[in-house]
Design a protein around this ligand. Sequence first.
Ligand code: BGC
Length: 256
Amino acid sequence: MQRLEGRVAIVTGAGTGIGQAIADRLGSEGAKVVVDYVGKPDGAEETLRPIEQSGGEGEMVSADITRDDDVRRLVDAAWNRFGAADILVNNAGMEIESGFCDVTEADYDRVMSVNLRGAFFLTQAFVRRLRDTKKPGRIVNISSVHEDMAFPNFSTYCCSKGGLRMLMRDLAVELGPLGITVNNVAPGAIQTPINKALLADKPKLNALLAKIPLGRLGTPEDVAGLVAFLASEDAAYITGATFVVDGGLMRDYHEQ
Ligand code: BGC
């Protein structure tokens, strides 16, 4: 019996990057997966294919978590297709680089509405269903090392991830009595499309690599394994915590 057999997971932003690897991993451990995406369906199709090929089940849902109707539709899709859902992975995220003095209201609203508001109200819609059906559940937010660590020129991103950190802590306490666990996974520098500009800039990339004790960027799969663990029975007694996956980046200090 696989670790996540009989479970249903909703993964946001699952057509690319870390979300795609998470959906893939949860599916390969037996979960049925609701693959949320925005924009072109190609990435989500790519996510779903191996799940279905290995005898699993999944459902692609085009839903923009910044839109309230889409949020409700995403949760409904899980219940309509699979009759329930137990695991929510709030993965969808974005960043806009900008010096603090140049941040526009539109940039601020965009980053906060994807990274924080979207996760907030999707979690609310998910938890309402669990509460009404008296079912336990697992919530895993993909935050960032920047839920804790400064990132100059990314103030909006840091605000959103810091907010996600407190949302997780607060909900762990409020939802514990319902049997719902809430945890954050905080990736460091992972090789995904969010890092496109950095990956193309060799001097910047090398400077970053010099700060990572394990000497490499992370892969989406490095993150996905931890999410599968947190979604499984092995993590039944874990709630209210952040787990860092960063190759040691947050702990580094050296003078040369
Ligand atoms: C950000 C990346 C950054 C990494 C490490 C991530 O959360 O999305 O842009 O390189 O943290 O600083």
